[in-house]
Design a protein around this ligand. Structure first.
Ligand SMILES: *Cc1c(COP(=O)(O)O)cnc(C)c1O
Length: 353
């Protein structure tokens, strides 16, 4: 892939890396590549970060044919940039693309593009503990057409956003609302795909949970509203009687890369791991009997998010006295250590630029 690079002549002042927050500051450049039916992906370029012009008839505005990914670059030694399992994001891109009738994007294009844009804006990778450069690749349908059909043209864009430590003062357990009315996805739908529509469907329950003082929604299956699926933008894990349990990938759950890493790490430590159906009743019983030892979410943004409180209808369950469990802490320390390069990577998960 040949990438044309046009650098900005007016670089922005760098923000205060101690005070970044998430997703509001963008770097000097962006990657853009076009797709045209019959021609394939073409015109890969890195250009100054700027608004893009689209017709109001542009398909993505009407029927939501779009996908996105999320990964991070971490500052390594001697000015190097470190990526964590970008090949997995490339693979998942195509699983999403297939579901949404978006053309396949060769995996090597995805990884090359991420490496190239991070290289150009590497000075934007913050170096404070817990900070990183969030990478947001996405594809939108760009035909100007109001008919319902797959678009014949697309744009693949990557933008970068320096982001602060998810937890300003260490890993803090969160409260989770188990949603028993709205559902996020059903088998046969697009729950396994990383696409904006799933998030649009989730907002109403998230607003409800926030209004009640809970930070995230835990979704139940869309048919029986009985089995645990996932949390907001995270997969969910339970430690029950020493066993690590997580919902199986049923088609309605997003196959998280952090989820996959957690499973591999726990197995490498000799811990029993079960990917299976887990009902909300089983959870309540386990909590009552004292068998529910830890609950945590997994995702690129927070890495590991310990859960201190779970609400289901009128029941409020406190997990591990509201404290972080030892497995949650060990997973967080290990994964962030692998990402930053302070722990030796025996899995071959990291890529240095
Ligand atoms: C991205 C995402 C996750 C987490 O995936 P990671 O690859 O671990 O970041 C989980 N659930 C949903 C709905 C997501 O969009």
């Amino acid at each position: 892939m040949n990438i044309r690079i046009e650098k900005t002549t007016t670089p922005k002042a760098k923000p205060d890396f101690k005070n970044l927050g998430f997703g509001k500051i963008f770097t000097d450049h962006m990657f853009v590549m076009d797709y045209t039916e019959g021609k394939g992906w073409h015109d890969a370029r890195i250009v100054p970060f700027a608004n893009i012009e689209l017709s109001p008839a542009c398909m993505v505005f009407h029927y939501g044919q779009e996908m996105f990914e999320g990964l991070k670059a971490y500052r390594g030694e001697n000015g190097s940039a470190r990526l964590f399992r970008p090949d997995m994001n490339a693979k998942r891109t195509n699983a999403t693309n297939e579901r949404l009738c978006i053309p396949n994007l060769p995996e090597e294009y995805f990884v090359e593009a991420v490496k190239a844009i991070v290289d150009v804006d590497r000075d934007w990778i913050p170096n404070e503990p817990g900070t990183s450069l969030y990478i947001r690749p996405f594809i939108i349908a760009t035909d100007d057409f109001l008919g319902v059909a797959p678009s014949k043209t697309y744009k693949f864009i990557i933008i970068l956003s320096p982001s602060g430590a998810y937890y300003a003062s260490g890993l803090a357990p969160v409260g989770i609302w188990i949603e028993d009315d709205y559902v996020r996805a059903v088998k046969g739908g697009m729950g396994f795909a990383k696409t904006g529509g799933n998030y649009a469907a989730s907002l109403i329950a998230q607003v409800k949970a926030h209004d009640d003082g809970y930070s995230q929604v835990l979704w139940l299956d869309g048919v029986e509203r009985k089995y645990i699926e996932e949390v907001g933008a995270m997969n969910i894990f339970f430690k029950i009687n020493g066993v690590i349990v997580t919902p199986e990938l049923s088609g309605s759950i997003l196959p998280g890369i952090t989820r996959n890493s957690v499973i591999q790490l726990c197995k490498s430590w000799g811990m029993p791991v079960e990917e299976r159906k887990i009902s909300v009743e089983e959870l309540i019983e386990a909590q009552k009997s004292g068998a529910l030892e830890e609950v945590f979410g997994t995702g690129t943004a927070a890495v590991i998010s310990p859960v201190g409180k779970l609400r289901y209808k009128d029941d409020v369950m406190t997990i591990n006295s509201g404290d972080i469990g030892p497995v949650s802490q060990k997973l967080y320390d290990t994964i962030t250590g692998l990402q930053n390069g302070t722990i030796e990577d025996t899995f071959g998960w990291t890529l240095t630029i």
